[in-house]
Write a protein that binds this ligand. Structure first.
Ligand SMILES: [Zn+2]
Length: 355
């Protein structure tokens, strides 16, 4: 009798711990396949579509058109913001090879140049606009409410990018109220002018800290977008750390294709860590990586804000070492790319702040 009772107790304890474990698991998907084979979502980040633009973030109209044609010809499916959010919420599936196209800031060329090209390809997009760019032409080069409404009718979703395009990583915990104003007021501005819900935020400059991430959640956002490179893998997509590939004027169509087709690089540890705030200037930054079995590193690349840095690979430690002696204070988006002996490009991006 006593033994039976013990077995029953053990069974209850086991069941309880199993419930506890499954209840705590926030991952929606679990794949028993190598990291590089797990389905991914690619998010692209553009700023201005403009021919002969003065800035390194201006992409020409013909190149942008070529990007969209390339996506069509290679079996990619451009998804809407709503579909993406539903997926994050655990509702609904995504088509194969999903791509989300996003624009930051709210340049007038988003309406005059980007919108017609996307409409030609029948593709939706997202615009993250900051309030100061949507004041009915009072800001030179911004977008009016009438234009934003027309964009919405053509499949665009209008989301948040703060009130003044503030670098949120500069707000200390003491300045929480100001940071909250930047995020919540922008959300309110868009919602009141357009009458549509705002649930997504792109951190200006991709700059954030763990506190900012927490505040974005408190301000009512369901998702936040970075400028850290790399595909988002289905099994560990982080709603407040959505990675995006930035497109630059200097990028060739091959560079674009390499970004879209890149494989996620599995990283065990980086120093500094993702979103870490440090008070010194490190001479080197490291990332400990795991490559698929049998894959060797052919070449290592690293860049910060798209400026190349020298990097090497320590095969014994499976460690990427990036020379960062020239990197100064501020928030930094670091990207490492490994060309593998299997012909794939493995990418991992993360950011940190030097105070
Ligand atoms: Zn911006």
């Amino acid at each position: 009798m006593r033994r039976n009772w013990q077995i029953k107790l053990l069974a209850i304890a086991l069941l309880f711990s199993l419930l506890l474990v499954t209840g705590c698991t926030k991952q929606v998907f679990k794949f028993d396949i190598p990291e590089s084979e797990i389905p991914t979502i690619t998010v692209l980040a553009y700023h201005r579509i403009l021919d002969g633009g003065p800035s390194f973030i201006d992409v020409s109209t013909s190149m942008f058109d070529n990007h969209l044609t390339w996506l069509e010809q290679n079996g990619y499916n451009v998804i809407s913001y709503d579909k993406f959010i539903d997926f994050l919420d655990g509702k609904g599936n995504l088509p194969e090879k999903p791509v989300l196209i996003t624009f930051d800031d709210g340049y007038k060329e988003t309406y005059t140049n980007a919108m017609p090209i996307l409409a030609k390809h029948e593709m939706p997009a997202v615009l993250f606009i900051y309030s100061n760019r949507m004041k009915d032409y009072s800001f030179d080069g911004g977008l009016s409410v009438t234009e934003l409404r027309e964009m919405q009718r053509k499949g665009w979703s209008i989301q948040a990018h703060t009130v003044t395009h503030a670098d949120l990583s500069l707000f200390s915990p003491h300045a929480k109220a100001s940071a909250m104003y930047e995020m919540a007021q922008n959300k309110k501005d868009i919602e009141s002018k357009l009458g549509t819900e705002v649930t997504g935020l792109a951190y200006p400059y991709g700059a954030y800290t763990p506190e900012v991430e927490q505040w974005a959640q408190e301000a009512g956002f369901k998702a936040a977008f970075l400028i850290e490179e790399g595909p988002n893998t289905y099994d560990d997509i982080h709603p407040y750390r959505i990675k995006r590939h930035m497109l630059y004027q200097k990028d060739t169509l091959e560079d674009f294709a390499r970004k879209v087709t890149s494989s996620p690089l599995q990283v065990i540890r980086t120093v500094p860590e993702q979103a870490q705030v440090i008070d010194y200037r490190p001479a080197t930054v490291i990332a400990d990586v795991v490559l698929p079995e049998g894959v060797k590193v052919v070449k290592v690349y690293a860049d910060i804000e798209s400026e190349d840095l020298s990097a090497r690979f320590d095969a014994e430690k499976q460690r990427v070492i990036v020379d960062t002696a020239s990197v100064g204070r501020g928030h930094h988006n670091m990207t490492i790319k490994l060309l593998g002996s299997d012909g794939r490009t493995y990418v991992y991006g993360w950011s940190y702040v030097i105070q």
